[in-house]
Design a protein. Structure first.
Length: 503
């Protein structure tokens, strides 16, 4: 964070004066990276308290109390894990330091940050110990105190009910950690009101948040193009992952990735979350392979999530083109249909329908399309959901609020949201067609499904892996805005790779 007058962002970053304040504390890693004003968080806090005031259950004097992320070490060692702020805390305050607490007075909107009281030795090992006035200026809040003063400070401002964050994450199955302090028993507490309201605030992005998401997409798109231009047979998957990571950090200031990189080639592309410790992007990339690179940089805790699929050789074979264009057609059909009021489940079904029809046209499947849809054959080839919310977390909160039910049908049960779309939502669109042996074997053994499958034609695609095309979009008032910018058509990919290899 630096306090300075912010110049207009360069032409490569879409922006407007209403979206980026010109004064105040600013986060920026370098002149080539995006400046983010602390007013982004002031706006978020204002939205939160306005939403809370609309609830009759919120009483006068209520205070939101949020727990920041903790600095952790690797198992029992003293090796620090690089700290990344907890997402709800970052959304509200933008604080980079660990082990903090934050409070927001619902009546006034005033914010207080509580920082750990550091020992003198910190100055020797970690750097200067900043006074509280420094943090108050850096984060543009009304007050700063120490974390050992939370209780006494809340009493001094006559805090009423403490609104604490406790709720279930429908993607991870985990419950977020509530703030706690020694004298909390002296206060009335509520663990139920805050979570659904703050999640809904996070679902709809502000113009300033959208600027950060666009920037992150631009950096990640450029990194994907760099990998596409440099890939050659004989390289290892992890080398291509490392190229992506380097570009995101070196060019864009993205110290973190939004998730573990999936750098799959050949039949590894049939493993949906390849790249984990048991399959660590370690295969040699062969000339006849398709690759599926699902990688996204993270800037200022905001995510990107982009998948590119293309042939290592730079030229699609007939079979590769068949599968790729089926997925691309589904992607673009969904993009044409997305707008406020559309149900995300219907978008998933649209993608299924387009991909199944393409497989019928290719002779891989035969029979009645409607019967295939009814029997959920699409889930054999696309077992994951069409896409998900994205923001401060790559699988962002708010997918299944109260009243939105998860389907129990194959494919549909993997959707991370089944909501009706609203303006300001940010989602991924990521259809795919995969040839996953155990799913194909199950389908071929199922009389309800094997009647649609041409086993001889299907055998040509086995061991080819799969194709996923993933783009990040903003729902606008009349449709959507595509943030991702990479070569997508067969012609665009082949031309891009040919040009890269001629230089």
């Amino acid at each position: 964070w630096t306090s300075h007058h912010v110049p207009n962002p360069s032409s490569r970053i879409s922006s407007s004066s209403s979206q980026m304040d010109s004064t105040g504390p600013v986060f920026q890693l370098g002149q080539h990276t995006l400046p983010v004003n602390a007013s982004l968080h002031a706006t978020n806090r204002t939205r939160l308290v306005e939403a809370l005031r609309e609830s009759k259950a919120v009483t006068k004097g209520a205070v939101v109390l949020l727990q920041g992320g903790e600095q952790t070490q690797r198992y029992c060692t003293d090796t620090d894990i690089v700290f990344r702020q907890e997402s709800f805390f970052h959304w509200a305050f933008g604080v980079r330091e660990a082990d903090c607490v934050g409070a927001i007075d619902v009546d006034t909107g005033n914010a207080t940050l509580y920082f750990p009281r550091l020992p003198e030795s910190y100055a020797t090992w970690m750097g200067k110990i900043q006074p509280l006035e420094y943090f108050q200026q850096q984060y543009a809040v009304e007050c700063c105190q120490y974390t050992d003063e939370v209780g006494t400070h809340l009493k001094s401002i006559n805090a009423g009910t403490l609104l604490l964050l406790r709720g279930f994450n429908t993607d991870s199955g985990s419950t977020c950690r509530s703030a706690a302090f020694l004298t909390m028993g002296d206060f009335q507490t509520d663990y139920d009101l805050l979570h659904p309201i703050i999640c809904e605030c996070r679902v709809i992005k502000t113009p300033q948040e959208l600027e950060v998401l666009r920037y992150c997409n631009r950096i990640s798109s450029e990194a994907h193009k760099s990998v596409m231009s440099k890939i050659r047979p004989g390289m290892k998957e992890y080398q291509l992952e490392s190229l992506f990571l380097h570009e995101c950090y070196f060019r864009g200031g993205c110290r973190h990735c939004s998730y573990t990189c999936i750098a799959a080639s050949g039949d590894n592309a049939a493993t949906l979350h390849y790249g984990h410790a048991g399959a660590p992007n370690d295969k040699t990339v062969d000339d006849g392979d398709m690759v599926l690179f699902d990688m996204g940089g993270e800037y200022y805790c905001y995510s990107s999530d982009i998948t590119c699929s293309y042939p290592v050789s730079g030229k699609f074979t007939a079979e590769q083109r068949t599968v790729y264009e089926a997925v691309l057609k589904a992607s673009r059909a969904v993009m044409a249909a997305v707008k406020p009021g559309v149900c995300w489940t219907d978008m998933h079904l649209l993608a299924d329908r387009v991909q199944l029809q393409a497989l019928i046209d290719a002779g891989v499947l035969h029979g009645d399309l409607e019967a295939m849809m009814e029997n959920r054959l699409g889930a054999v080839f696309m077992p994951h959901g069409l896409g998900h919310f994205m923001g401060l977390d790559v699988h962002d909160v708010g997918g299944y609020p109260e009243g939105v039910k998860r389907s129990d049908l194959p494919g549909l049960r993997s959707l991370r949201t089944a909501r009706v779309l609203k303006e300001g939502m940010v989602l991924t669109i990521e259809p795919g067609v995969y040839f996953i042996d155990h799913l194909l074997n199950q389908a071929l053994a199922d009389p309800k499904l094997n009647c649609f499958m041409n086993e001889e034609a299907l055998s040509k695609f086995r061991k080819s892996g799969g194709v996923r095309i993933e783009d990040d979009i903003i729902v606008t008032g009349s449709g959507m805005e595509l943030m991702t910018d990479v070569p997508r058509t067969v012609e665009e990919i082949e031309a891009f790779m040919a040009k890269a290899r001629s230089q």
